[in-house]
Design a protein around this ligand. Structure first.
Ligand SMILES: [Zn+2]
Length: 467
């Protein structure tokens, strides 16, 4: 039970802890405990104790072609589908499949990924890579994946599984803050967001001014007497002081295009170099950004200016002592003029509602963010591996159960079994398990010349005629 429910004193700062009661359906509790049991008995349990995870969503189609239709206003059942719980779910159309809806259920997965400390830009070179096995799933028929995923992250927290960073794709970023970013922070988890080019453009498909690209006012700063005193703005969700942002705009570091996808860029050395240069610009401008100072309280968080403290990233002429970092190296200089009324070395307290949707600790577009976000591919390949490479789960008729409990349980068992295969294959690769014996071609001792060779392959037996 939370502090609010028990009526604890307002001054107490509480985070959800393992003592919290979290209730859920048996299916969704099993969807947390079963993958955990697989990992805990695998011999690799230590490998999965990272505090970073990626989340992703897939649709598990029902074998019923049509979903039950209920009149939203009257509650009248217009049509009863063969699978009473299957729903028409929104999906992202692809080039091969342009349908915007699919009848069925949604499966959320939480996949542990390698940790990247905030003072580094990529995971440790010596860390053992992870095979992309899941630590939790969620099976549901709700259109809102972020909302459902938060419930599973809460179950994980109640099971004592501590996560500090969770990476989601645009589907999660686009969610309203109340259903994704805010409840995540309440669990002590920092969200990692992506931004999309068309939502960033000022006059693209979406007519109104973008919330990312360009300057967006965040918070008016005031003196102790309440007089207006400077302004904080955001660029791509990262916070800057207004006069510094104006300077960055002047030198062309605000309206930056989204870096190309690394796989496409690396096909051509010139484009790869251009991508690297562009990411370098993101790194440069981030040196003048405000960063989160410490762990947020339930209502507020603190931001520190670029020249604040020992981990400062820039120096300001109004604070001459900030010129060198601890190693006596010169830091980049902010564009502040002497006697400017700037706040480069200050700490401000903001309500958690400010910039709630797009706030992230690692500024979007930088080298560190690129490596962080790239970890998410483990979650994408998790579904690809299981739906395409290991099973026929993509074909809805292969599991002929209906109803959320039966279909969920069948799906969950298949995914748990596939996690065992993922982990086993990874252990074999690392030499922890012996390779399974390779089957030898069987040759009859009386006809040794009958062995198949490349030029004359043995014809395959005809499949028996099936009615
Ligand atoms: Zn300054």
């Amino acid at each position: 039970m939370t502090a609010a429910e028990t009526g604890a004193a307002d001054s107490e700062v509480t985070y959800p802890t393992v003592e919290d009661d979290v209730t859920d359906t048996l299916l969704n509790i099993l969807a947390v405990d079963l993958p955990a049991a697989v990992i805990n008995t695998s011999g690799d349990a230590d490998l999965y104790k990272t505090t970073t995870a990626a989340v992703d969503t897939t649709i598990i189609a029902s074998f019923a072609a049509q979903a039950t239709q209920i009149d939203a206003e009257t509650g009248e059942i217009i049509y009863i589908g063969h699978d009473p719980d299957a729903r028409n779910l929104k999906r992202t159309p692809t080039r091969r499949d342009r349908d915007e809806f699919r009848t069925g259920y949604k499966l959320e997965a939480v996949i542990p990924t390698l940790d990247i400390p905030l003072n580094r830009t990529e995971p440790s070179k010596t860390a053992t890579r992870l095979p992309g096995a899941a630590i939790a799933y969620r099976f549901h028929n709700d259109n809102h994946s972020p909302h459902q995923t938060v419930k599973t992250l809460r179950l994980l927290a109640a099971r004592g599984r501590h996560l500090s960073t969770v990476t989601g794709d645009l589907g999660f970023t686009n969610s309203i803050a109340e259903k994704w970013a805010t409840p995540l922070r309440a669990l002590g988890i920092d969200p990692v967001h992506d931004l999309k080019e068309h939502t960033r453009t000022k006059t693209g498909k979406i007519r109104h001014r973008s919330e990312h690209r360009g300057l967006r006012p965040l918070q008016q700063l005031t003196t102790k007497a309440g007089e207006p005193d400077g302004m904080l703005v955001t660029i791509d969700g990262t916070v800057y002081e207004q006069h510094i942002a104006n300077h960055l705009d002047h030198i062309g570091l605000v309206d930056l295009p989204k870096p190309e996808w690394v796989v496409i860029a690396n096909q051509n050395p010139e484009r790869a170099a251009a991508r690297k240069q562009l990411i370098h610009k993101y790194d440069q401008r981030t040196k003048f950004a405000w960063r989160e100072h410490d762990r947020p309280t339930p209502d507020t968080h603190r931001l520190k200016g670029p020249a604040h403290g020992t981990n400062r990233t820039a120096w300001c002429a109004n604070h001459p002592k900030t010129r060198h970092d601890g190693h006596k190296r010169h830091l980049p200089k902010t564009p502040c003029q002497p006697d400017d009324n700037c706040h480069c070395a200050a700490v401000v307290t903001l309500p958690n509602t400010a910039n709630a949707k797009f706030r992230q600790r690692r500024p979007w577009g930088t080298t560190g963010w690129q490596h962080q976000y790239a970890q998410r591919s483990l979650a994408e390949s998790h579904f690809a591996t299981i739906k395409g490479n290991y099973t026929d789960l993509e074909r809805p008729l292969n599991i002929r159960t209906s109803g959320i409990a039966a279909r969920g349980l069948a799906t969950l068992c298949i995914f748990a079994a596939m996690n065992i295969r993922l982990i086993a294959r990874h252990r074999t690769k690392r030499g922890l398990e012996p390779h399974p014996p390779t089957p030898q071609p069987q040759t009859s001792p009386t006809t040794p010349t009958n062995a198949p060779d490349d030029d004359h392959p043995t014809p395959r037996p005809e499949p028996p005629n099936t009615p």
